[in-house]
Design a protein around this ligand. Structure first.
Ligand SMILES: Cc1cc2nc3c(=O)[nH]c(=O)nc-3n(C[C@H](O)[C@H](O)[C@H](O)COP(=O)(O)O)c2cc1C
Ligand code: SF4
Ligand code: SF4
Length: 364
């Protein structure tokens, strides 16, 4: 409809498109609140999951349009999937835009503790600025922490309390943006994020691949395939003819959806495997290989510079991780071994988390 208006020369009507990526529902909930706020202000809004987004059709760039990006924070920055999506957005032509990374809030008794978005907000902001968007709002937002690989899920009561505060913040932000004001926060997290930039770069280049390869299904797995269908990154393959089990590929973004929505709580992250991968991947294979090749054939000694060593090491880390994981998944098909590994894996005892009002069908 808007494109017809464009062709007739009339200004496209005001509208908002809010894109989100979500693992456990937090960012979806925030994006939904933002959509509701737009509608209360008389601005039609669409709230679209990034894996289903078609920006070339959803958006009519121009200053009557409002674009929102809502994302979880991963490794103190934005997940690769969201960064890639932002890089692929059409030129903004002055489209107004805002960015909200959700982050790991927690509650201990009466005390609320914040998460830290690091560079997540301003990395996306920079991409939007370079693409000609008019930045109207940047705000990190505490939602319940969801990284169940490293901690138990918050109780529903704590999660509700954190969400209530977050809803108030969202209304505050949207009221200002929709009133035409600009609201930019998060300079301190940005500064801290820049200080620990190597952590974020390490997470994006190595950490997320290692994390993907810690997942396995315990003996409680029924082979229903729900995790594979629900994965926003299409990172799970069902493997095995008689008793199919999930196999996690490198495309996994560690969004925690499979772990938290599995109907039998079968998805676990193996700590013993993490320890094994640590030793395997920190072995200086790149250096050893390059030196050995140099001794075998002296012209190859020229390879022994820091850049080639890092590249060879990177290839080694990914290959060794993939092969170790393959062996591990084969081992996990032996019921006794699987039970043994599961018994010593802390995630087996962790409460699962999902945004209290969110069902799988809302985000799938
Ligand atoms: C792998 C992973 C890494 C995370 N890293 C951070 C982080 O660096 N800082 C932070 O505040 N929260 C971090 N979190 C917490 C989530 O960003 C936060 O709980 C978010 O609201 C989850 O949103 P979602 O349910 O939409 O996926 C991390 C969560 C996961 C799963
Ligand atoms: S891990 Fe859970 S969701 Fe995935 S196939 Fe097994 S039972 Fe189904
Ligand atoms: S495999 Fe699981 S944790 Fe990884 S992206 Fe898919 S749903 Fe998220």
């Amino acid at each position: 409809m808007d494109s017809h208006a464009d062709k007739a020369g009339a200004a496209p009507k005001r509208q908002a498109v809010i894109y989100y990526l979500t693992g456990t529902g937090n960012s979806y909930r925030v994006a939904s609140w933002m959509g509701d706020a737009c509608r209360r202000h008389g601005v039609p809004a669409r709230v679209i999951a990034i894996p289903h987004a078609t920006p070339a059709e959803d958006l009519t760039p121009g200053d009557n349009q409002l674009l929102g990006l809502v994302t979880p924070t991963h490794g103190f920055t934005t997940p690769w999937l969201v960064l890639r999506f932002a890089l692929g957005l059409p030129h903004g032509r002055g489209t107004r835009a805002f960015v909200t990374p959700t982050r790991a809030g927690a509650k201990f008794g009466p005390l609320f503790t914040p998460g830290m978005e690091g560079t997540a907000a301003y990395l996306l902001t920079l991409v939007l600025l370079l693409k000609g968007y008019n930045i109207r709002g940047v705000m990190g937002l505490d939602m319940p922490a969801n990284w169940i690989v490293v901690h138990p899920g918050l109780s529903p009561v704590s999660a509700e309390a954190i969400n209530a505060r977050a809803a108030t913040r969202v209304n505050f932000l949207m009221n200002r943006i929709l009133a035409g004001e600009r609201y930019l926060t998060g300079l301190l997290p940005l500064l801290l994020g820049l200080l620990i930039l190597p952590v974020s770069v390490g997470y994006m280049l190595v950490g997320r691949f290692l994390l993907a390869k810690l997942f396995y299904a315990s003996e409680r797995c029924t082979g229903c395939g729900s995790c594979a269908r629900a994965c926003p990154a299409h990172a799970i393959r069902m493997w095995g003819a008689n008793h199919p089990r999930p196999y996690w590929t490198f495309s996994c973004e560690s969004c925690m959806r499979c772990m938290n929505f599995c109907p039998t709580q079968a998805v676990q992250a193996s700590y013993p495997l993490a320890a094994a991968l640590y030793f395997i991947t920190t072995w200086p294979a790149g250096l050893i290989l390059v030196n050995w090749l140099g001794r075998q054939w002296p012209p190859l000694a020229r390879l022994g510079n820091p850049v080639t060593t890092v590249l060879v090491n990177y290839a080694y880390v990914l290959t060794a991780t993939a092969l170790t994981y393959l062996g591990f998944i084969l081992l996990m098909r032996l019921p006794l071994v699987n039970r043994l590994f599961t018994a010593v894996t802390p995630t087996r005892y962790f409460r699962r988390y999902r945004e209290p009002g969110t069902e799988l069908k809302d985000i799938q």
